[in-house]
Design a protein around this ligand. Structure first.
Ligand code: AFD
Ligand code: MN
Ligand code: MN
Length: 427
Protein backbone atom coordinates (compact mmCIF):
# COMPACT_ATOMS: atom_id res chain seq x y z
CA UNK A 1 0.00 0.00 0.00
CA UNK A 2 1.73 3.16 -1.16
CA UNK A 3 0.54 5.73 1.31
CA UNK A 4 1.82 8.72 -0.63
CA UNK A 5 2.78 8.53 -4.28
CA UNK A 6 4.93 11.41 -5.48
CA UNK A 7 4.02 11.77 -9.12
CA UNK A 8 7.04 11.90 -11.37
CA UNK A 9 5.25 14.51 -13.43
CA UNK A 10 4.94 16.76 -10.37
CA UNK A 11 8.69 16.60 -9.77
CA UNK A 12 9.39 17.28 -13.43
CA UNK A 13 7.06 20.28 -13.42
CA UNK A 14 8.78 21.58 -10.27
CA UNK A 15 12.22 21.11 -11.82
CA UNK A 16 11.17 22.74 -15.08
CA UNK A 17 10.13 25.85 -13.19
CA UNK A 18 13.52 26.08 -11.43
CA UNK A 19 15.83 24.73 -14.14
CA UNK A 20 17.04 28.01 -15.63
CA UNK A 21 18.05 29.56 -12.29
CA UNK A 22 19.56 26.27 -11.14
CA UNK A 23 21.59 25.95 -14.33
CA UNK A 24 22.90 29.49 -13.90
CA UNK A 25 23.98 28.83 -10.32
CA UNK A 26 25.47 25.42 -11.13
CA UNK A 27 27.45 26.70 -14.15
CA UNK A 28 28.76 29.59 -12.09
CA UNK A 29 30.12 27.39 -9.27
CA UNK A 30 31.28 24.62 -11.63
CA UNK A 31 33.42 27.21 -13.44
CA UNK A 32 34.83 28.51 -10.15
CA UNK A 33 35.99 25.25 -8.52
CA UNK A 34 37.96 22.17 -9.65
CA UNK A 35 36.26 18.80 -10.01
CA UNK A 36 32.62 19.85 -9.75
CA UNK A 37 31.45 16.84 -11.73
CA UNK A 38 33.48 14.43 -9.57
CA UNK A 39 31.86 15.88 -6.48
CA UNK A 40 28.39 15.56 -8.00
CA UNK A 41 29.06 11.90 -8.84
CA UNK A 42 30.09 11.19 -5.22
CA UNK A 43 27.01 12.99 -3.93
CA UNK A 44 24.79 10.85 -6.15
CA UNK A 45 26.24 7.69 -4.58
CA UNK A 46 26.04 8.95 -0.99
CA UNK A 47 22.99 7.65 0.91
CA UNK A 48 21.91 8.51 4.45
CA UNK A 49 19.80 6.12 6.53
CA UNK A 50 16.71 7.68 8.07
CA UNK A 51 15.85 6.63 11.65
CA UNK A 52 12.42 5.01 11.83
CA UNK A 53 11.93 6.65 15.24
CA UNK A 54 12.27 10.18 13.85
CA UNK A 55 9.35 10.22 11.41
CA UNK A 56 7.01 11.35 14.13
CA UNK A 57 7.25 14.34 16.40
CA UNK A 58 9.61 13.60 19.24
CA UNK A 59 9.26 14.97 22.69
CA UNK A 60 10.93 15.40 26.00
CA UNK A 61 10.00 14.24 29.49
CA UNK A 62 8.08 17.50 29.68
CA UNK A 63 5.75 16.71 26.83
CA UNK A 64 5.24 15.76 23.21
CA UNK A 65 3.28 17.89 20.72
CA UNK A 66 2.38 15.70 17.78
CA UNK A 67 1.98 17.31 14.41
CA UNK A 68 -0.69 15.20 12.70
CA UNK A 69 -0.36 12.94 9.69
CA UNK A 70 2.37 10.99 11.44
CA UNK A 71 3.05 7.38 10.39
CA UNK A 72 0.95 4.92 12.44
CA UNK A 73 2.90 1.80 11.54
CA UNK A 74 6.05 0.55 9.86
CA UNK A 75 4.46 0.58 6.40
CA UNK A 76 3.71 4.30 6.73
CA UNK A 77 7.19 4.99 8.11
CA UNK A 78 8.67 3.37 5.01
CA UNK A 79 6.28 5.33 2.83
CA UNK A 80 7.41 8.59 4.49
CA UNK A 81 11.05 7.73 3.82
CA UNK A 82 10.02 6.86 0.27
CA UNK A 83 8.66 10.39 0.01
CA UNK A 84 11.94 11.87 1.27
CA UNK A 85 13.94 9.66 -1.09
CA UNK A 86 11.76 10.55 -4.07
CA UNK A 87 12.62 14.20 -3.42
CA UNK A 88 16.29 14.12 -2.38
CA UNK A 89 17.41 10.74 -3.78
CA UNK A 90 19.82 10.51 -0.80
CA UNK A 91 17.58 8.80 1.78
CA UNK A 92 17.70 5.29 0.36
CA UNK A 93 17.87 3.49 3.71
CA UNK A 94 15.96 3.06 6.96
CA UNK A 95 17.35 2.18 10.38
CA UNK A 96 14.80 0.22 12.41
CA UNK A 97 14.29 0.09 16.15
CA UNK A 98 13.06 -3.11 17.76
CA UNK A 99 10.52 -3.74 19.26
CA UNK A 100 8.95 -0.52 17.96
CA UNK A 101 9.33 -1.70 14.34
CA UNK A 102 8.75 -5.46 14.48
CA UNK A 103 7.43 -6.34 10.99
CA UNK A 104 4.20 -8.39 11.00
CA UNK A 105 5.05 -9.60 7.48
CA UNK A 106 8.80 -9.25 6.79
CA UNK A 107 8.54 -10.26 3.14
CA UNK A 108 5.85 -7.63 2.50
CA UNK A 109 7.86 -4.98 4.37
CA UNK A 110 10.96 -5.87 2.39
CA UNK A 111 9.00 -5.62 -0.87
CA UNK A 112 7.47 -2.27 0.13
CA UNK A 113 10.91 -0.88 0.98
CA UNK A 114 12.31 -2.13 -2.33
CA UNK A 115 9.41 -0.43 -4.14
CA UNK A 116 10.68 2.87 -2.69
CA UNK A 117 14.33 2.05 -3.38
CA UNK A 118 15.04 1.75 0.35
CA UNK A 119 17.36 -0.79 1.99
CA UNK A 120 17.61 -1.70 5.68
CA UNK A 121 20.60 -0.18 7.44
CA UNK A 122 21.63 -1.01 11.01
CA UNK A 123 19.02 -2.45 13.38
CA UNK A 124 18.75 -0.87 16.83
CA UNK A 125 18.06 -2.89 19.98
CA UNK A 126 16.28 -1.44 22.99
CA UNK A 127 17.27 -2.36 26.51
CA UNK A 128 16.68 1.16 27.80
CA UNK A 129 12.93 0.67 28.26
CA UNK A 130 10.77 -2.03 29.85
CA UNK A 131 8.25 -3.30 27.31
CA UNK A 132 4.71 -4.42 28.28
CA UNK A 133 4.86 -7.94 29.67
CA UNK A 134 8.64 -7.94 29.94
CA UNK A 135 9.70 -10.45 32.61
CA UNK A 136 12.63 -8.60 34.17
CA UNK A 137 13.25 -4.85 34.43
CA UNK A 138 16.15 -2.85 32.98
CA UNK A 139 15.77 -0.18 35.65
CA UNK A 140 19.29 -0.88 36.91
CA UNK A 141 20.76 -1.63 33.52
CA UNK A 142 20.87 -4.53 31.08
CA UNK A 143 24.28 -5.92 30.09
CA UNK A 144 25.81 -4.46 33.27
CA UNK A 145 23.08 -5.81 35.55
CA UNK A 146 24.12 -7.73 38.68
CA UNK A 147 21.36 -10.30 38.00
CA UNK A 148 22.48 -12.75 35.30
CA UNK A 149 18.84 -13.37 34.36
CA UNK A 150 18.43 -9.74 33.36
CA UNK A 151 21.62 -9.97 31.34
CA UNK A 152 20.32 -13.13 29.67
CA UNK A 153 17.05 -11.39 28.76
CA UNK A 154 19.00 -8.49 27.20
CA UNK A 155 21.24 -10.84 25.23
CA UNK A 156 18.22 -12.74 23.90
CA UNK A 157 16.61 -9.47 22.88
CA UNK A 158 19.66 -8.44 20.85
CA UNK A 159 19.80 -11.85 19.18
CA UNK A 160 16.10 -11.44 18.34
CA UNK A 161 16.91 -8.06 16.76
CA UNK A 162 19.61 -9.69 14.62
CA UNK A 163 17.04 -12.28 13.50
CA UNK A 164 14.62 -9.56 12.40
CA UNK A 165 17.48 -7.86 10.58
CA UNK A 166 18.45 -11.02 8.71
CA UNK A 167 14.84 -11.36 7.49
CA UNK A 168 14.94 -7.80 6.11
CA UNK A 169 18.40 -7.83 4.58
CA UNK A 170 20.12 -5.66 7.18
CA UNK A 171 23.75 -6.45 8.05
CA UNK A 172 24.47 -4.42 11.17
CA UNK A 173 23.30 -4.15 14.77
CA UNK A 174 23.68 -0.95 16.76
CA UNK A 175 23.85 -1.48 20.50
CA UNK A 176 23.27 1.65 22.54
CA UNK A 177 23.20 0.86 26.25
CA UNK A 178 21.72 3.41 28.62
CA UNK A 179 23.43 1.43 31.38
CA UNK A 180 25.34 3.35 34.01
CA UNK A 181 24.78 4.86 37.42
CA UNK A 182 23.19 7.94 38.89
CA UNK A 183 25.19 8.10 42.10
CA UNK A 184 28.69 7.41 43.36
CA UNK A 185 28.95 3.96 44.90
CA UNK A 186 26.08 2.52 42.88
CA UNK A 187 28.35 0.55 40.54
CA UNK A 188 31.66 -1.24 40.62
CA UNK A 189 32.93 0.20 37.31
CA UNK A 190 35.28 -2.69 36.61
CA UNK A 191 32.66 -5.36 37.24
CA UNK A 192 30.05 -3.45 35.24
CA UNK A 193 32.52 -3.28 32.34
CA UNK A 194 33.28 -7.00 32.58
CA UNK A 195 29.61 -8.02 32.71
CA UNK A 196 28.85 -5.77 29.75
CA UNK A 197 31.75 -7.18 27.76
CA UNK A 198 30.64 -10.78 28.42
CA UNK A 199 27.12 -9.96 27.16
CA UNK A 200 28.48 -8.18 24.10
CA UNK A 201 30.68 -11.21 23.40
CA UNK A 202 27.61 -13.46 23.37
CA UNK A 203 25.81 -11.12 20.99
CA UNK A 204 28.96 -10.86 18.87
CA UNK A 205 29.17 -14.64 18.52
CA UNK A 206 25.55 -14.66 17.26
CA UNK A 207 26.37 -12.24 14.40
CA UNK A 208 25.89 -13.74 10.94
CA UNK A 209 28.93 -13.96 8.66
CA UNK A 210 28.95 -10.50 7.05
CA UNK A 211 27.36 -8.56 9.88
CA UNK A 212 28.87 -5.77 11.98
CA UNK A 213 28.01 -4.66 15.49
CA UNK A 214 28.27 -0.96 16.35
CA UNK A 215 28.92 -0.15 20.01
CA UNK A 216 27.45 3.31 20.48
CA UNK A 217 28.87 5.47 23.29
CA UNK A 218 27.22 8.35 25.13
CA UNK A 219 28.61 10.61 27.84
CA UNK A 220 25.46 10.85 30.00
CA UNK A 221 21.65 10.49 30.01
CA UNK A 222 19.59 8.70 31.25
CA UNK A 223 22.29 7.98 33.81
CA UNK A 224 23.90 11.10 35.20
CA UNK A 225 26.90 9.96 37.24
CA UNK A 226 28.46 7.34 34.92
CA UNK A 227 27.62 5.59 31.67
CA UNK A 228 28.98 2.11 31.10
CA UNK A 229 29.73 2.78 27.43
CA UNK A 230 30.46 6.43 28.13
CA UNK A 231 33.03 7.67 25.63
CA UNK A 232 34.97 6.79 22.54
CA UNK A 233 37.76 5.18 24.57
CA UNK A 234 35.39 2.74 26.27
CA UNK A 235 33.62 1.97 23.01
CA UNK A 236 36.98 1.36 21.31
CA UNK A 237 38.01 -0.91 24.20
CA UNK A 238 34.85 -3.01 23.84
CA UNK A 239 35.10 -3.09 20.05
CA UNK A 240 38.77 -4.08 20.16
CA UNK A 241 38.14 -6.86 22.68
CA UNK A 242 35.13 -8.15 20.72
CA UNK A 243 36.87 -8.68 17.40
CA UNK A 244 36.98 -7.64 13.71
CA UNK A 245 33.22 -7.36 13.28
CA UNK A 246 32.82 -4.84 16.09
CA UNK A 247 33.11 -1.08 15.63
CA UNK A 248 32.39 2.19 17.42
CA UNK A 249 29.38 4.31 16.56
CA UNK A 250 29.77 8.09 16.83
CA UNK A 251 26.59 9.98 17.69
CA UNK A 252 27.46 13.66 17.38
CA UNK A 253 25.34 14.58 20.42
CA UNK A 254 27.02 12.04 22.70
CA UNK A 255 30.10 13.98 23.72
CA UNK A 256 30.82 16.29 26.60
CA UNK A 257 30.64 19.98 25.59
CA UNK A 258 33.50 21.18 23.38
CA UNK A 259 34.83 17.68 22.69
CA UNK A 260 36.97 17.62 19.57
CA UNK A 261 34.82 15.16 17.62
CA UNK A 262 36.77 15.52 14.40
CA UNK A 263 39.94 14.36 16.20
CA UNK A 264 38.06 11.38 17.70
CA UNK A 265 36.74 10.45 14.26
CA UNK A 266 40.21 10.74 12.72
CA UNK A 267 41.76 8.35 15.27
CA UNK A 268 38.92 5.80 15.22
CA UNK A 269 39.17 5.76 11.43
CA UNK A 270 42.96 5.34 11.65
CA UNK A 271 42.40 2.31 13.92
CA UNK A 272 39.91 0.82 11.44
CA UNK A 273 37.33 0.80 14.25
CA UNK A 274 34.98 3.59 13.11
CA UNK A 275 31.67 1.90 12.28
CA UNK A 276 29.45 4.81 11.49
CA UNK A 277 27.54 7.85 12.63
CA UNK A 278 24.32 9.04 14.12
CA UNK A 279 24.20 12.56 12.69
CA UNK A 280 22.42 15.36 14.53
CA UNK A 281 23.39 18.66 16.12
CA UNK A 282 23.35 20.06 19.61
CA UNK A 283 23.96 23.17 21.69
CA UNK A 284 24.25 21.56 25.14
CA UNK A 285 23.76 17.77 25.28
CA UNK A 286 22.13 15.00 23.32
CA UNK A 287 19.70 17.57 21.92
CA UNK A 288 19.06 15.64 18.71
CA UNK A 289 18.64 18.85 16.71
CA UNK A 290 18.67 19.19 12.93
CA UNK A 291 22.06 18.28 11.44
CA UNK A 292 24.11 21.41 10.72
CA UNK A 293 21.68 23.74 12.47
CA UNK A 294 24.00 24.76 15.32
CA UNK A 295 27.60 23.82 14.41
CA UNK A 296 27.87 23.45 10.63
CA UNK A 297 31.61 24.12 10.73
CA UNK A 298 32.11 21.17 13.11
CA UNK A 299 30.13 18.98 10.68
CA UNK A 300 32.44 20.10 7.87
CA UNK A 301 35.55 19.46 9.99
CA UNK A 302 34.29 15.95 10.75
CA UNK A 303 33.76 15.29 7.05
CA UNK A 304 37.18 16.77 6.34
CA UNK A 305 38.75 14.11 8.57
CA UNK A 306 36.52 11.42 7.09
CA UNK A 307 37.41 12.18 3.47
CA UNK A 308 41.14 12.36 4.30
CA UNK A 309 41.02 9.26 6.51
CA UNK A 310 38.89 7.15 4.17
CA UNK A 311 41.07 8.07 1.19
CA UNK A 312 44.17 7.14 3.20
CA UNK A 313 42.63 3.68 3.67
CA UNK A 314 41.25 3.40 0.14
CA UNK A 315 37.70 3.17 1.48
CA UNK A 316 34.50 3.63 -0.49
CA UNK A 317 32.91 6.79 0.92
CA UNK A 318 29.36 5.64 0.21
CA UNK A 319 29.45 2.08 1.48
CA UNK A 320 32.25 1.52 3.99
CA UNK A 321 30.76 3.36 6.94
CA UNK A 322 27.22 3.56 8.40
CA UNK A 323 25.75 6.98 7.59
CA UNK A 324 22.65 7.41 9.75
CA UNK A 325 20.68 10.26 11.24
CA UNK A 326 19.54 10.08 14.84
CA UNK A 327 17.44 13.13 15.64
CA UNK A 328 14.21 14.03 17.35
CA UNK A 329 11.98 16.81 16.18
CA UNK A 330 9.93 18.51 18.83
CA UNK A 331 8.85 21.74 17.16
CA UNK A 332 9.42 21.15 13.43
CA UNK A 333 7.68 19.01 10.88
CA UNK A 334 9.66 15.73 11.04
CA UNK A 335 9.87 15.39 7.27
CA UNK A 336 11.01 18.99 6.78
CA UNK A 337 13.58 18.49 9.52
CA UNK A 338 14.86 15.32 7.83
CA UNK A 339 15.07 17.05 4.44
CA UNK A 340 17.16 19.77 6.09
CA UNK A 341 19.36 17.20 7.85
CA UNK A 342 20.12 15.21 4.72
CA UNK A 343 20.90 18.43 2.82
CA UNK A 344 23.29 19.54 5.59
CA UNK A 345 25.12 16.20 5.45
CA UNK A 346 25.47 16.41 1.67
CA UNK A 347 26.76 19.99 1.88
CA UNK A 348 29.32 19.08 4.58
CA UNK A 349 30.50 16.11 2.54
CA UNK A 350 30.72 18.18 -0.67
CA UNK A 351 32.71 20.90 1.09
CA UNK A 352 35.13 18.29 2.49
CA UNK A 353 35.61 16.93 -1.04
CA UNK A 354 36.50 20.46 -2.16
CA UNK A 355 39.39 20.88 0.31
CA UNK A 356 42.67 21.43 -1.54
CA UNK A 357 44.59 18.55 0.08
CA UNK A 358 47.91 19.38 -1.59
CA UNK A 359 47.74 22.99 -0.44
CA UNK A 360 46.79 21.88 3.09
CA UNK A 361 49.71 19.45 3.23
CA UNK A 362 52.12 22.11 1.99
CA UNK A 363 50.89 24.58 4.62
CA UNK A 364 51.28 21.98 7.36
CA UNK A 365 54.79 21.07 6.22
CA UNK A 366 55.70 24.74 6.38
CA UNK A 367 53.94 25.26 9.73
CA UNK A 368 51.99 27.93 7.94
CA UNK A 369 48.99 27.87 10.27
CA UNK A 370 47.25 30.74 8.59
CA UNK A 371 47.43 29.10 5.17
CA UNK A 372 46.20 25.81 6.61
CA UNK A 373 43.20 27.51 8.16
CA UNK A 374 42.56 29.51 5.01
CA UNK A 375 42.56 26.29 2.95
CA UNK A 376 39.87 24.70 5.12
CA UNK A 377 37.76 27.81 5.41
CA UNK A 378 38.03 28.40 1.67
CA UNK A 379 36.20 25.11 1.11
CA UNK A 380 33.74 25.68 3.96
CA UNK A 381 32.84 29.16 2.69
CA UNK A 382 32.08 27.97 -0.84
CA UNK A 383 28.35 27.62 -1.45
CA UNK A 384 28.05 24.11 -2.92
CA UNK A 385 24.27 23.83 -2.69
CA UNK A 386 24.01 23.96 -6.52
CA UNK A 387 26.13 20.79 -6.67
CA UNK A 388 23.86 19.05 -4.16
CA UNK A 389 20.84 20.17 -6.19
CA UNK A 390 22.50 18.94 -9.40
CA UNK A 391 23.07 15.52 -7.82
CA UNK A 392 19.37 15.36 -6.96
CA UNK A 393 18.37 16.50 -10.45
CA UNK A 394 20.59 13.93 -12.18
CA UNK A 395 19.17 11.20 -9.89
CA UNK A 396 15.57 12.09 -10.71
CA UNK A 397 14.87 14.07 -7.57
CA UNK A 398 13.68 17.61 -6.92
CA UNK A 399 15.93 20.62 -7.33
CA UNK A 400 14.42 22.15 -4.17
CA UNK A 401 12.83 19.43 -1.99
CA UNK A 402 11.63 21.74 0.79
CA UNK A 403 9.90 24.01 -1.69
CA UNK A 404 8.30 20.98 -3.36
CA UNK A 405 7.17 19.64 0.04
CA UNK A 406 5.43 22.92 0.80
CA UNK A 407 4.14 23.79 -2.67
CA UNK A 408 2.51 20.34 -2.89
CA UNK A 409 1.20 20.67 0.71
CA UNK A 410 2.42 17.15 1.44
CA UNK A 411 1.90 17.40 5.21
CA UNK A 412 -1.69 18.51 4.65
CA UNK A 413 -2.18 15.53 2.34
CA UNK A 414 -0.70 13.16 4.96
CA UNK A 415 -3.03 14.59 7.59
CA UNK A 416 -5.90 14.10 5.15
CA UNK A 417 -4.92 10.44 4.72
CA UNK A 418 -3.96 9.63 8.33
CA UNK A 419 -5.75 12.16 10.50
CA UNK A 420 -4.55 14.72 13.03
CA UNK A 421 -4.21 12.57 16.10
CA UNK A 422 -1.66 10.00 14.97
CA UNK A 423 1.34 9.05 17.04
CA UNK A 424 4.38 7.32 15.54
CA UNK A 425 6.18 4.85 17.80
CA UNK A 426 9.62 6.09 18.67
CA UNK A 427 11.45 8.48 20.93
C1 AFD B 1 18.72 7.89 21.92
C2 AFD B 1 20.07 7.53 22.46
C3 AFD B 1 20.97 7.01 21.35
C4 AFD B 1 20.31 5.95 20.49
C5 AFD B 1 18.95 6.42 20.04
C6 AFD B 1 18.21 5.30 19.34
O1 AFD B 1 20.66 8.69 23.01
O2 AFD B 1 21.38 8.07 20.52
O3 AFD B 1 21.11 5.75 19.31
O4 AFD B 1 18.17 6.81 21.17
O5 AFD B 1 18.19 4.16 20.15
O6 AFD B 1 18.86 9.03 21.13
MN1 MN C 1 22.24 7.60 18.56
MN1 MN D 1 21.21 10.02 21.45
Amino acid sequence: MMDMQIERSAIEKHNQSLLESHRRRFDFIAAAIPGADEIVKKLIDFQVAIPSWALGTGGTRFGRFSEGGEPRNLEEKISDIGLLHALNRSSGAISLHIPWDIPSDPAAIKALAAQHGIRFDAMNSNTFQDQPGQALSYKFGSFQHVDKNVRRQAIEHNIEVIRHGVELGSSALTVWLSDGSCFPGQLNFREAFQRTLECLQEVYSALPEHWKVFVEYKAYEPNFYSTTVGDWGQSLLYASKLGPKAFTLVDLGHHLPNANIEQIVSLLLMEGKLGGFHFNDSKYGDDDLTVGSIKPYQLFLIFNELVEGMDARGMNHATDLGWMIDASHNVKDPLEDLLQSVEAIMIGYAQALLVDRAKLKEARQANDVTAAQETLQDAFRTDLRPLVAEARLRSGGAIAPMRFFRDEQLRKKLIGERGMKTIATGL
